[in-house]
Design a binder for this molecule. Structure first.
Ligand SMILES: Nc1ncnc2c1ncn2[C@@H]1O[C@H](COP(=O)(O)OP(=O)(O)O)[C@@H](O)[C@H]1O
Ligand SMILES: [Mg+2]
Length: 235
């Protein structure tokens, strides 16, 4: 993967720092979890890295390109599935058309990606009539269909029941296992424990710790991170 280098990144709204002087580098494939309580700035940081928002100061680079340029080789999945009022298959077809994939190839990729996500049976169902878990599975299948170098996910299971959460987590794990980079925001410590290779801990817009997941879960060096793990830091 292209290394993600975030250097002195700040994002201000009305003079208030939502992201404040954040610096880190991610060089390795695998699953990076952006962990922190509600309001920590996780969604904002993901959007900045994906080029959906622009920094107030500092820089973010993917290799030698900026986030907007890197966006073409990435996919992002949100907490609430963003789906068109069309069939599951047509939702995937739509993004492939936008990337100018030839029609003969599109049919093959749609079939493969739905199969990969275990959703072949619902190909012709209206996407918005699917269960929450199936809808999120579909957004991940749609991301997979684009064959991105990086997948960014923002609290993708926050609205799902435990069974659907496990199925979506399995998809995310299988995505990361193909050697592609996955960066996912969550406030859920147990989920971070199940999925993370490394953890970035964010609180009030500041990056307080960047550590391998195992080390972080055993005992973070940052005192606020330790309180968060203990369930004592809510916001
Ligand atoms: N456009 C905005 N205008 C004002 N406040 C914002 C805006 N975007 C985010 N915030 C605030 O910044 C903080 C971080 O938000 P967010 O990145 O959504 O955190 P998280 O995803 O960790 O819950 C929150 O307090 C939120 O209310
Ligand atoms: Mg958020």
């Amino acid at each position: 993967m292209l290394p993600l280098v975030v250097d002195g990144a700040s994002y201000l709204v009305d003079d208030k720092a939502i992201i404040e002087d954040v610096s880190f580098t991610i060089r390795d494939a695998g699953l990076t979890i952006l962990l922190g309580p509600n309001g920590a700035g996780k969604s904002t940081l993901l959007k900045l890295c994906h080029g959906l928002l622009s920094l107030s100061s500092g820089s973010i680079r993917w290799g030698d390109v900026n986030p907007r340029e890197a966006q073409q080789k990435q996919a992002m999945v949100f907490q609430r599935p963003v789906l068109l009022r069309r069939s599951a298959a047509e939702n995937i077809d739509h993004v492939l058309k936008l990337r100018r994939v030839p029609s003969a190839e599109r049919a093959r990729v749609i079939e493969q990606s739905l199969k990969w996500a275990g959703l072949a049976a619902i190909a012709d169902m209206p996407a918005r009539k699917l269960s929450g878990g199936e809808q999120q599975g579909l957004t991940i299948a749609r991301a997979w269909a684009l064959n991105p170098e990086v997948l960014l996910l923002d609290e993708p299971t926050a609205n799902l029941d435990p069974g659907a959460t496990r199925r979506v987590e399995d998809l995310i794990r299988s995505f990361a296992a193909t050697g592609r980079k996955v960066i996912m925001a969550t406030h859920n410590i147990a989920q971070a424990q199940r999925l993370a290779d490394e953890v970035l801990f964010l609180n009030h817009g500041r990056l307080l710790e960047h550590a391998p997941a195992r080390q972080f879960m055993i005992g973070p060096s940052d005192p606020l991170a330790a309180r968060f793990i203990a369930g004592e830091l809510v916001e």
